[in-house]
Design a protein around this ligand. Structure first.
Ligand code: SF4
Length: 536
């Protein structure tokens, strides 16, 4: 890696560590692989205090374990050196495998890998200790990966990433998009945004850089990223032909794929589902094509009047991905860009092609998932999920929102989180975040935080509705803390503790048994507590 300007690097190394108030980093060991150390965050709570007959009675509250995406950044025992990169957690496991031993290949051979046990522990947290039944065993993870219903994105050249799983039967995951453009941002900013995303709970990260230093930016992100990293390789290939779609060739694209596989990218969005015959279907739309990758390859098809090289060379793409265990995210190049275009013939024709391709990927032991819309009004969302299940054989669905209305630029993190919550509940495995800057500008650090937290809400709401084992623990603990007026515990359990505290402090001076929202006399919680005294 070339050096990040030394002064900036000094500042970043010293400030990039992550802390969470009231929490500590803990690790859980494996059973099949006792050497595993699965990182999680334990939020330590204060006791509930009640006064009875003038006496203070304290009851302990159990700590709450929280799924933790912050990796070594939140471990005080780990020194972070961005120039060196993070510790290579998976390297010893990878070293014992053969080329082509993808997670899917191993799963089909009946082998439970270290990654599979790791994700089983990670999904369950301390459910066993709490006596909560869970179906997520290492064997269940293996069977889901073998069947293609779940993906563990894990390039052999990205050993720094902590294993995680994407599938309907697991916690709903969220993806953060970062990356520079020609107009904006630097390597330092992108690395900062990557770590920032992990702090707030981003499960995977897509580097969508289209500006200068694409390779270098990606290298810095990969070496310092504890979560899987995805890209759209077409962007870099397009840069290589100076933005002239017609000059793209399979060879240029293939070489770009290999370059990114070697670097350690964990999953590729590739718009293989666009067929020459389907391109005209988007012409009658209100908003044409809104996918960058989709529009580039469609233009290539039209200019050359040929089937796309992404479709024609799909088996070659799979061979490359299998060698490194890179997952394919079948890109939705024809996704609707407006609620008017939702669920139209172009969108569904592409989805049907993806269903055909995903089986071909599985034949080569390549893990794969399917990308989805986009813009879809609420009453048309379920049809998307139903059709995906029907046509794509249970492969995980990964959607961008969807935005349920188009009238709120600057608030599209909200318009899309509504759709994301719904589709997550119906079965979508991963939600691609949207920030308030969607359609307007490249997101900055603050937008990344807002986007990630908004999508954590959508994903968690879906987990609750789906009944994921242990999903209610944090909700119940926070509700109890609120009712007990344990303000600090409430903040520490919140998705964004800092913002909650900041808002509280705007008008509350002490931690009393009410807040300024209703005031002391109208505080319903306080009155509700006093009901008990009336009974005595
Ligand atoms: S004052 Fe109102 S909002 Fe504040 S704690 Fe009491 S009931 Fe809740």
């Amino acid at each position: 890696m070339t050096e990040i300007k030394s002064h900036n690097q000094y500042i970043m190394n010293n400030n990039i560590k992550i802390t969470y108030p009231g929490s500590e980093k803990v690790y859980m060991p494996g059973t099949i692989y006792p050497e595993l150390r699965v990182g999680m965050r334990r939020v330590n709570l204060t006791p509930t205090v009640v006064i009875e007959k003038g006496e203070k009675i304290m009851t302990e509250n159990a700590p709450v374990y929280v799924y933790d995406t912050s990796g070594p950044y939140s471990d005080p025992a780990v020194d972070i050196d961005l120039q060196k990169g993070l510790p290579k957690l998976r390297q010893p496991w990878i070293d014992k495998r053969q080329t082509g031993d993808t997670q899917m290949a191993l799963a089909k051979r009946g082998i439970i890998t270290q990654e599979m046990e790791y994700v089983a522990i990670r999904e369950n947290m301390n459910c066993a200790e709490l006596g909560i039944d869970t179906y997520i065993t290492p064997e269940f993870v293996r069977s889901e990966v073998a069947a293609g219903r779940a993906v563990i994105p894990a390039n052999v050249n990205h050993p720094e990433a902590e294993p995680m799983i994407i599938g309907t039967n697991f916690l709903v995951k969220i993806n953060t998009n970062i990356g520079n453009s020609h107009q904006n941002s630097s390597i330092e900013e992108e690395v900062e945004k990557a770590v920032w995303s992990c702090k707030w709970g981003g499960d995977t990260l897509m580097d969508l850089s289209t500006g200068t230093n694409i390779h270098e930016t990606r290298e810095w992100i990969l070496r310092n990223c504890p979560v899987p990293v995805g890209t759209v390789p077409m962007y870099q290939a397009f840069e290589k032909v100076n933005g002239k779609a017609e000059d793209l060739t399979w060879e240029i694209f293939r070489d770009t794929l290999i370059e990114q596989c070697e670097q350690g990218v964990d999953y590729f969005t590739i718009h293989c589902g666009i067929r020459l015959k389907n391109v005209p279907l988007s012409q009658g739309r209100l908003t044409g094509m809104v996918s960058r990758g989709g529009s580039i390859i469609s233009k290539w098809c039209k200019v050359h009047q040929k089937e796309s090289f992404l479709y024609e060379h799909f088996d070659d793409i799979c061979d490359i991905c299998a060698k490194y265990d890179v997952a394919i995210s079948l890109g939705d190049g024809l996704r609707p860009g407006s609620t008017f275009d939702a669920n139209d013939a172009a969108q569904f024709a592409e989805l049907d092609t993806m269903g055909e391709l995903v089986e071909r990927a599985w034949e080569k032991n390549v893990q794969a998932f399917i990308e989805g819309p986009g813009h879809v009004p609420m009453h048309k969302i379920k049809a998307n999920m139903d059709r995906q299940i029907e046509k794509c054989h249970g492969a995980p669905f990964y959607t961008l929102g969807p935005l349920v209305t188009d009238i709120a630029p600057a608030y599209d993190h909200i318009t899309s989180a509504i759709g994301a919550s719904m589709i997550g509940w119906y079965g979508t495995a991963m939600l691609c975040y949207v920030t308030p800057k969607e359609h307007l500008a490249l997101p900055n650090k603050d937008d990344v935080r807002t986007g990630v937290v908004t999508y954590k809400i959508a994903a968690h709401a879906a987990d609750l509705a789906k009944g994921h084992p242990g999903a209610t623990i944090r909700d119940n603990a926070l509700s109890k803390a609120r009712y007990d007026f344990r303000w600090k515990d409430q903040f520490h359990l919140a998705l964004d503790p800092e913002k909650a505290l900041e808002y509280y402090k705007t008008s509350n001076r002490t931690e009393g048994e009410f807040c300024t929202m209703c005031g002391p006399n109208f505080c319903a919680a306080r009155i509700s507590h006093s009901l008990k005294d009336c009974e005595k």
